[in-house]
Ligand binder design. Structure first.
Ligand code: NAD
Ligand code: WQD
Length: 346
């Protein structure tokens, strides 16, 4: 299929581009590079040997999307483009609603006009809110605990309502748990701006010496070692989930949600130990207060994805740590300068 990958320069998008190309799909990437560098796409081309169109645009601008659909014969869309920092969503909630929801509404509207009614949407385990009991199932109650989570929950609702309104829509909603790791080449990976919000990039920057010490948020959770438990999933496994989702979408009408996780939980201290083993470096840490809004335990029941998508994870925690370390060690400052790349002329 000819797939528009929105936000394809970002962390999960760039890894998914590789798996899509390897599975024989054609891709067109559109991104405003607000949280990414075109360098990631240059490296996707290097790794796959394929040049593909890269369009700089902002999905908040409907006219720009319309021009894109005029220019390319798009058959389906994977919609990654969104802002994702939970803390920032609390301090800049309007920005999050505008960026994540106006973009989605514009995109769906243009897709409808151009009769491209196939979408895979990036959702998040955050839609299970704070009350759920792990393992979390797709049928469990949902709820949002911050504006970022609200944008995902509202987006799911918009997509489901659209699929209910017309049989012509096909949508797969993927609820990611905690994506970590990097491509095994060490050429692409996660490149957060400034101080990382998430555990894995923080640990890896402590291991390289870029940051002095990891703050472990809370030591008194009701878990086996008192620290929070999460379902970490290798970004390459996550990427292959999107290829399966496209196959599923072609065979199934309506909107369908799937958890993408391993089904296993690891604590913060277990992640530190696994990273120390993979890197051979010490990761000094100290316990601090709990982070506001955090929950003790969150992991997936991935049975539905296994049964219906025919997908399951293959990478281990050791793979996740090894690949993160390879990426971090070879690219201590991430992608650094944005490269001049083959941005397609409009
Ligand atoms: P990312 O920030 O690396 O990638 C998102 C990309 O979208 C970036 O390249 C950014 O420049 C682009 N973008 C943002 N707003 C845009 C706009 N208005 N117009 C055009 N481009 C825009 O994030 P990621 O980790 O790759 O996440 C991808 C998707 O997965 C997001 O929707 C995110 O909410 C979701 N998700 C991420 C995680 C995670 O922990 N990484 C977990 C669950 C869900
Ligand atoms: C993991 C564990 C922390 C950093 C977030 C979003 C979620 C989804 C994935 C997008 C927790 C602990 C962390 C640190 C720590 N994103 N921790 N010290 O919070 O599970 O999920 O990313 O959809 O919506 O909320 O991930 O990596 O921030 O935290 O001790 O410096 O590590 O308390 O137990 P989280 P995380």
């Amino acid at each position: 299929m000819r797939i528009l990958v929105t936000g394809g320069a970002g962390y999960i998008g760039s890894h998914t581009c590789i798996e899509l190309i390897e599975a024989g799909h054609e891709i067109i990437v559109a991104d405003n590079f607000s949280n990414s560098s075109p360098e990631s796409l240059k490296r996707v081309s290097e790794l796959t040997g394929k040049i593909f169109p890269v369009i700089e645009l902002d999905f908040r601008n409907r006219n720009e999307i319309e021009a894109l659909f005029k220019q390319f014969d798009i058959q389906g869309v994977i919609h990654f483009a969104a802002l994702k920092a939970v803390g920032e969503s609390v301090t800049h909630s309007l920005l999050y609603y505008q960026n994540n929801l106006i973009s989605l509404l514009n995109l769906l509207d243009v897709m409808d006009d151009y009769q491209v009614r196939n979408i895979v949407f990036s959702s998040s385990a955050t839609v299970y809110g704070a009350e759920g009991t792990s393992p979390l199932k797709e049928t469990d109650q949902t709820g949002a605990v911050n504006p970022y989570g609200s944008t995902k929950l509202m987006a799911e609702r918009i997509i489901k309502d659209l699929a209910t309104s017309s049989e012509r829509w096909r949508a797969v909603i993927l609820r990611y748990f905690n994506p970590v790791g990097a491509h095994e080449s060490g050429r692409i990976g996660e490149d957060p701006n400034g101080i990382p919000n998430n555990l894995m990039p923080y640990i890896s920057q402590v291991a390289t010496g870029k940051r002095a010490v990891l703050s472990v948020f809370g030591s008194d959770y009701p878990t086996r070692d008192g620290t929070g438990i999460r379902d970490y999933i290798h970004v390459t496994d996550l990427a292959t989930g999107h290829v399966k989702a496209l196959d599923y979408m072609l065979k199934n009408k309506g909107a369908h949600a799937f958890n993408l996780g391993t089904g296993k939980g690891f604590s913060v201290l277990e992640m530190v130990a696994a990273f120390e083993k993979a890197s051979g470096r010490k990761v000094p840490y100290r316990f601090t207060d709990r982070r506001a809004g955090d929950i003790a335990v969150c992991y997936a029941d991935p049975t539905k994805a296994e049964k219906e998508l025919g997908w399951k994870t293959v990478k281990t925690i050791d793979d996740m740590c090894r690949d993160t370390w390879r990426w971090q060690r070879h690219n201590p400052d991430g992608y650094q300068q944005p490269a001049e790349v083959h941005k397609t002329e409009r």
